[in-house]
Design a protein around this ligand. Structure first.
Ligand code: ADP
Length: 483
C-alpha cells in the first residue's frame, strides 16, 4: 500500500469532528523505525488545543450519554466492521510507524477491533442492582452511569489495541474521550478516528490530540472537566500523572510496567514451554508489558530447555516488517537498543553466558539479534528491570518455594507464567504468585474477554471483560422512602 493513497492516512489532529493543525502551525516528523525514512508530519499541539478538545468532548457528552446503549452499540459495531474491512491498511500503518511484522500487525488489528465488538455488546448489559431495603419502608436501587469526559494516554507498542481497549468501553458506557497517542505512533490513532467518522460517531465524542506530551498531559490532568484518565505506559510516568490528577481526585486506570517471571518446572511439557516462551518473550520483539522478563528453569530440565529455546530463537528471522517471513522487526528507537545492550553487557560481565545473538543485527539501524543468555543470577539488570527487547535470560532454580519467592521479589505485579503438569502444583503456584494475570501452560494471555491489569506498581484497574466497562461508570445509589 502507498500510505499517501490511503484514506486512513491523516496528518492532522482530530478535534470536534474536524481535522486540524496546531494553532501556531507547528508540526513534527514521524519516522519509520525500520529505516528512519520519513512517513509524514503531525501537528505539535499543546495546552490550548487540548482545552478545545476537552470542551468539545464536554459539549458532545449530554447527547452521547442520552443515547440508548443499543444506539451506541450500533456505531461501535460499524467501527468494528470497518476496522476489519481496512485491516490491511491499518496493519501497513502499524508496521510503518511501529516496526512489527505485518502478520503481527494484522493480529493486532483483529485484537484491537475485538474490543469494539465486545464493548458494543457489553454496554447493553450495564445492569444496576436492587438491594433489599434496610427498613420496611425503604427501597434501594443502584444505577450505573457514565463518568463523563475521559482522557486516554497510550504507548507505541500496540498503536491500535491500547487505544480501543480504553475507547470502546468509554464510549459504550456513554462517556466521551480525548486521546493523546504515543508520539512515535500517531497515524494508527488518526486512522481509527477516520474509521470512527465513517462509522458515524458524532462530533466531539472522540478527539485525538497530537504533540507535546507534557503540555497535553498537564492539561488533561489539570482540567476539572476531565473526570477520568486511563493511561498505559511506564510506572514513572503513571505515578507522575496520578499525582497531577490528585487535586481534582480524578478516577484513574493505570496499566504500567511489568517484570514478568516465566517459570518452567521439571514436570512441564518442555516443547510447549519453549513454544510459550517464544511467544511470551519474543512477540513484538520483546516490547510488550506482559513479556516474560525472567525465565526460571528447574534444575532437572534446564539444559534441555536452554538447548531447545536457543534453537528456536536462532531460527527467528529479523528484518523489515513488510518483508515476507520476517518474525522480528526493529526496536522502536536507539534508547531501546541501548537498554538491550546494557542489560546483555551487565549479565555477561557478571559471569552469564551467551547462548545465541547478543549483537546489533547485521542489518544495522535499530535491528538487534534475538538473544538467549544462560546462567543469569538474581541481581543482574535482566532480572530487576524490564528489558523490553529480544533477550531471554535463563535462571536455574531447584525448589518451588525458592522460585515463588524470587518471582514475587519485585515491585511489579502485572503478568506471570508457569509451566507444570502437576495439578496441585498448578493451584499452589497460581495462588502464591502476586500478579494480576497468570498464564498456566500458555504464553499468550491477552484477550478482550478477560480482565487485563496488574497489582502493586503495575497499576490500577482492569481493561477488557465486563470489569473493563465498570472502569468508565459510576455507581449511584437511590434510597426511596415509600411510607
Ligand atoms: P515509553 O517509555 O514506553 O514511551 P512512557 O510512559 O514514556 O513509555 O510513554 C507512554 C505514553 O505516555 C506516551 O503517549 C507518552 O507520550 C506519554 N507521556 C510520557 N511522559 C508524559 C508526561 N509527562 N505527561 C503526559 N504524558 C506523557
Amino acid at each position: 500500500m502507498q500510505l499517501n493513497c490511503s484514506e486512513l492516512f491523516r496528518q492532522q489532529a482530530f478535534i470536534n469532528g474536524h481535522w486540524c493543525d496546531a494553532l501556531g502551525g507547528q508540526s513534527t516528523q514521524i519516522h519509520n523505525p525500520a529505516d528512519n525514512s520519513l512517513i509524514g508530519f503531525v501537528p505539535v499541539m499543546g495546552k490550548e488545543e487540548t482545552r478545545r478538545a476537552i470542551d468539545a468532548a464536554n459539549c458532545a457528552l449530554p447527547a452521547w450519554r442520552a443515547k440508548t446503549a443499543v444506539e451506541r452499540a450500533a456505531i461501535l459495531r460499524r467501527w468494528f466492521n470497518l476496522m476489519l474491512e481496512h485491516q490491511d491498511d491499518l496493519a501497513q500503518l502499524i508496521t510503518a510507524e511501529q516496526g512489527k511484522p505485518l502478520s503481527e500487525a494484522q493480529g493486532e488489528v483483529k485484537y484491537a477491533a475485538s474490543f469494539m465488538e465486545w464493548f458494543a455488546e457489553e454496554g447493553k448489559r450495564a445492569y444496576g442492582e436492587t438491594i433489599p431495603g434496610h427498613q420496611a419502608d425503604k427501597r434501594i436501587m443502584v444505577l450505573k452511569q457514565p463518568i463523563g469526559v475521559c482522557a486516554a494516554i497510550t504507548p507505541w507498542n500496540f498503536p491500535a489495541a491500547m487505544i480501543t481497549r480504553k475507547l470502546a468501553p468509554a464510549l459504550a458506557a456513554g462517556c466521551t474521550m480525548v486521546l493523546k497517542p504515543a508520539p512515535q505512533t500517531p497515524y494508527t490513532a488518526l486512522a481509527l478516528a477516520q474509521l470512527g467518522v465513517m462509522a458515524g460517531i458524532p462530533e466531539g465524542v472522540f478527539n485525538v490530540v497530537t504533540g507535546d506530551a507534557i503540555q497535553i498531559g498537564d492539561e488533561l490532568c489539570a482540567n476539572p472537566v476531565v473526570r477520568k484518565l486511563s493511561f498505559t505506559g511506564s510506572t514513572g510516568v503513571g505515578a507522575h500523572l496520578m499525582a497531577n490528577c490528585a487535586p481534582h481526585i480524578k478516577k484513574l486506570s493505570l496499566e504500567l510496567g511489568g517484570n514478568a517471571p516465566f517459570i518452567v518446572f521439571d514436570d512441564a511439557d518442555i516443547d510447549a514451554a519453549v513454544a510459550g516462551a517464544m511467544i511470551a518473550k519474543f512477540r513484538n520483539n520483546g516490547q510488550t508489558c506482559v513479556c516474560a522478563n525472567r525465565i526460571y528453569v528447574q534444575q532437572g530440565v534446564y539444559d534441555e530447555f536452554a538447548a531447545k529455546l536457543t534453537a528456536a530463537v536462532s531460527a527467528l528471522k529479523v528484518g523489515r516488517g513488510t518483508d515476507t517471513d520476517v518474525t522480528t522487526g526493529p526496536l522502536i528507537n536507539q534508547q531501546a537498543l541501548d537498554k538491550v545492550q546494557d542489560h546483555i553487557q551487565d549479565a555477561l560481565s557478571q559471569g552469564a553466558t551467551l547462548a545465541c545473538g547478543g549483537q546489533p543485527h547485521a542489518l544495522g539501524g535499530l535491528f538487534f539479534e534475538p538473544t538467549v543468555i544462560t546462567g543469569v543470577k538474581p541481581g543482574m539488570k535482566l532480572t530487576r528491570e524490564e528489558t523490553f527487547g529480544p533477550v531471554a535470560g535463563l535462571i536455574r532454580f531447584t525448589d518451588t518455594e525458592e522460585v515463588i519467592a524470587a518471582a514475587n521479589d519485585t515491585e511489579f505485579g502485572l503478568a506471570a507464567y508457569f509451566y507444570s503438569q502437576n495439578l496441585s502444583r498448578v493451584w499452589q503456584v497460581s495462588e502464591a504468585l502476586e500478579y494480576g494475570m497468570v498464564g498456566i501452560n500458555t504464553g499468550l494471555i491477552s484477550t478482550e474477554v478477560a480482565p487485563f491489569g496488574g497489582i502493586k506498581s503495575s497499576g490500577l484497574g482492569r481493561e477488557g471483560s465486563r470489569h473493563g466497562l465498570d472502569e468508565y461508570m459510576e455507581l449511584k445509589y437511590l434510597c426511596v422512602d415509600i411510607s
